[in-house]
Design a protein around this ligand. Structure first.
Ligand SMILES: NC(=O)C1=CN([C@@H]2O[C@H](COP(=O)(O)OP(=O)(O)OC[C@H]3O[C@@H](n4cnc5c(N)ncnc54)[C@H](O)[C@@H]3O)[C@@H](O)[C@H]2O)C=CC1
Ligand SMILES: O=C(O)CCC(=O)C(=O)O
Length: 388
């Protein structure tokens, strides 16, 4: 029985993909084989020795110590694109909330008191302070054109906006899914200099931390609206606070509120709601559960941020060996030599690498004796060995 610790609310539909006769799931399990999570902070947790896999029901993995898990040969799965539509919808809502001063106007109306005539009078007298502007013809800058960014870009074009995008790592598949009307910028600075609105859809890392800062905000047209549905650290909020005061920034719309900005009339702060729809939660949970199950039961790797994509159909009647090792020369040679010396015949095999890790699946004609597994485990550079 595999033990699956769910650290956050993972949709039941997803958890039901793990058959109860083989997977025990719970929020308080000791010695888990698998940890499933959403935004829980794994950096602050002791990682149990029993751990075989981590599954993030979502996109961002900045809450997970990926390097430490890689060093132990543990894959970290995520669910690319599974919540992208949900985030896109909230970003589009953010554009409209800001352009039409909807939050301020709503607060004004909610505070109205008196009889019908008094309220009607206050409605007509007060509305001019909330007059906004329309989106067609305005320019949206999109930094990061992955699963979310490209959906936002395409939707903004459909609303009549001009879109300029920047993503040095855009994939060929991603580029095909992006409208050809999106203009390509050569740098983040170039996006700032063109944008009336700028939205970030990048992972948080050392290259993206503080992308919106005093210097880049200064490049923008006065009255810029900044949308941050990526991560708090992408935006320097002190710089945004200062730019809100000068009018350089008109609105800041963020899924990651910071104390200094909450309550500001031109800050729309949401409690990390981007992926909080029934559909996105279910999509993410189903995808991550299927990926983790295939890894646990077959050793196959789909959508692991730190492992190569490795899927091999099981050879009939064969026994499977999976080996995670450092991506250095002669590892496959040493593994296959050990199998040959034990007189095991290889039926099928696949080996792929990603960054500093390599991963090998081998189907052999007979069960591997414990001493052979120990011998493979002892090869310098081997990080994890299993017979899934
Ligand atoms: N508010 C929320 O609830 C949610 C927030 N997110 C955040 O949004 C981020 C993006 O999510 P997805 O679009 O699904 O990920 P993705 O991996 O599909 O796309 C990220 C894109 O950013 C690009 N990128 C990386 N560094 C860049 C840089 N320095 N400049 C420009 N582009 C760069 C990559 O090449 C990639 O195309 C996640 O990492 C997460 O932090 C994701 C889902 C929900
Ligand atoms: O699970 C959530 O609600 C957060 C989603 C998110 O931030 C992500 O997928 O990166």
């Amino acid at each position: 029985m595999y033990r699956v610790l769910a650290l956050n609310n993972i949709s039941k539909v997803g958890l039901s993909r793990l058959p109860a006769d083989r997977f025990q799931t719970g929020k308080d399990l000791a010695d888990p084989d698998v940890i499933l999570l959403r935004s829980a902070d794994l950096h602050s947790m002791d990682l149990p020795a029993s751990l075989l896999a981590v599954g993030r029901a979502g996109a961002g993995v900045n809450n997970i110590p990926v390097a430490a898990l890689s060093a132990r040969g543990i894959p970290v799965f995520n669910t690319p694109g599974a919540n992208a539509n949900a985030v896109k919808e909230l970003v589009i809502a953010g554009l409209l909330l800001a352009a039409r001063n909807i939050c301020q106007a709503w607060a004004y109306t909610q505070a109205l008191e008196g009889d019908t005539q008094t309220v009607e009078h206050a409605v007509e007298a007060g509305k001019k302070q909330f007059a906004g502007f329309e989106l067609p013809g305005r320019t949206l800058g999109v930094v990061g054109l992955g699963a979310i960014g490209r959906q936002v870009a395409n939707a903004a074009l459909a609303l009549g906006m001009k879109v300029v995008g920047y993503d040095p790592g855009i994939t060929v598949e991603g580029a095909w899914l992006l409208s050809s009307q999106v203009e390509r910028a050569a740098s983040v600075e170039a996006v700032f200099s063109r944008a009336d609105f700028i939205t970030f859809h990048v992972p948080l890392n050392d290259h993206t931390r503080g992308l919106a800062n005093a210097d880049t905000l200064r490049l923008a047209r006065p009255g810029l609206t900044v949308l941050n549905f990526a991560r708090a650290g992408i935006v320097d909020t002190d710089a945004v606070a200062a730019a809100l005061e000068t009018g350089q920034v008109h609105y800041y719309v963020s899924d990651f509120p910071k104390p200094g900005l909450i309550g500001h009339p031109r800050v729309i702060a949401l409690p990390h709601l981007g992926a909080s729809t029934a559909e996105a939660e279910e999509n993410c949970a189903v995808m991550v559960a299927d990926q983790v199950r295939d890894y646990i039961e077959n050793g196959n790797i789909t959508n692991a941020v730190n492992f190569p994509w490795v899927v091999m159909p099981r050879a009939e009647g064969a026994v499977r060996l999976s080996v995670v090792n450092a991506n250095v020369p002669n590892m496959v040679g040493q593994i296959t030599t050990a199998l040959a010396e034990a007189k095991l015949n290889i039926v099928d095999m696949i080996n792929k690498s990603k960054g500093e890790l390599a991963y090998t699946l081998v189907d052999v004609d007979r069960p591997l004796p414990a001493e052979l597994l120990a011998k493979i485990r002892a090869i310098a550079g081997v990080l994890a060995v299993r017979c899934p």
